[in-house]
Write a protein of this length. Structure first.
Length: 73
């Protein structure tokens, strides 16, 4: 491979990376970012659902553990 071909390949690779970064920044500018209040509200919803699901899973685990213990005896 000649030096000219190596330089061309290296230049194309750097252009690919630069183009990727430019396009990524351009796409991020189009994003509709949530407000601080929306972020806080949605985080609260996620935490509430997490707590409910954890409680349900704990109850289910406890019930199934007791059921298996009864069946094994």
């Amino acid at each position: 491979m000649s030096k000219k071909n190596q330089k061309t390949i290296a230049k194309k690779e750097s252009n690919v990376i630069q183009r990727y970064i430019r396009e990524t920044i351009g796409e991020l500018r189009k994003v509709s970012w949530p407000t601080r209040r929306e972020t806080i509200n949605l985080s609260g919803v996620v935490l509430a659902v997490l707590a409910v699901m954890a409680a349900l899973m704990g109850i289910l685990d406890s019930l199934l553990t007791r059921l298996v213990a009864i069946l094994v005896q």
